[in-house]
Design a protein around this ligand. Sequence first.
Ligand code: G3P
Ligand code: CA
Length: 349
Amino acid sequence: MRTKIRPITIIGSLIMSLALVNTDIADAAEVADLWPGKIVVAHRGASGYLPEHTLESKAMAYAMGAQYLEQDVVMSKDEQLIVIHDTSLDRTTDVAEKFPGRSRADGRHYVIDFTMDELLTLNVTEGFSLQDDQPEQNYPRRFPMGKSTFKLHTLAQEIEMIQGMNYSTGRDVGIYPEIKSPGFHRQEGKDISKAIIAELKRYGYTSKADKVYVQTFEFDELKRVHDELLPAAGIELKLVQLIESSDEWMLTTEGIAEIARYADGLGPEKGSIINSESSPDNLLISNVVSEAHSHGLQVHPYTFRLDEGHIPVYARSFEHMLELFFINANVDGVFTDFPDKAVNYLKSR
Ligand code: G3P
Ligand code: CA
């Protein structure tokens, strides 16, 4: 017998669905109440599920309850601020196919050699590298390479989408832009840091109370942002010094004290916090978090992934890894490709 669907049932279902959506969004916001000071940063969006730095991956991360969404920012030939991780296009787009002959001597196609109009003709895909001239997906269990249609976008477009969702949901999700390779941009005659600061000001990010952290790996550049660019723009923003494991001096007592003179936080590689040589019986936690905290610096290590081979041997699971970092090591936030898992961990603990 066919079930008769009554309009009232459909309307009821719709209302229930909307209630569920609203409830989920409210629940997501509760993470901040449950864990004041602890944040989940969606690394390149929900990049464990959709191609990194697409607007789709950002919308998904937003819906998953991340408190901050990350943007890596690179400049185009016509000085548009593009959200993309690499200064080159080869790992995440079909540029080699679309623009043969436009690579540099190293074989790469650089964002800075293309105009926005040209960049918009490219399709974005899950990251890949060439093995014997054949493209091979870097994370095989993630979104299939080359499927569907995704595009590059600007920092402004992403901020407008996040601010628009903040308006429509009542949440206050933040942004976490990274100034990518400022030295490289300078060599190419472009001041990417100045352009990013101007864009943030244009979109209303003007004080340390605003939901934005500006990050970069280059020590001198973050100092320049603090000492010159922000005062010149008449604004203040929270600044995070990214640290590669090889930048050992930044992780010393003196280095952390120096960084504290101009930054609000550290973004170290997670092995600098819990040594990857640790075992389940012997967890080697460094002094970085306690020293940073003693200077009032927050600590947001990167990058938490649950793909095969990315959970350290000292952790039983992705959630256990989060437990060790959030609780044992007392970090203030994590960059993760799987923001739903980190949000759920914090909500359920
Ligand atoms: O910005 C934090 C983290 O994203 C740093 O690594 O290379 O993914 O930008 P990367
Ligand atoms: Ca980054």
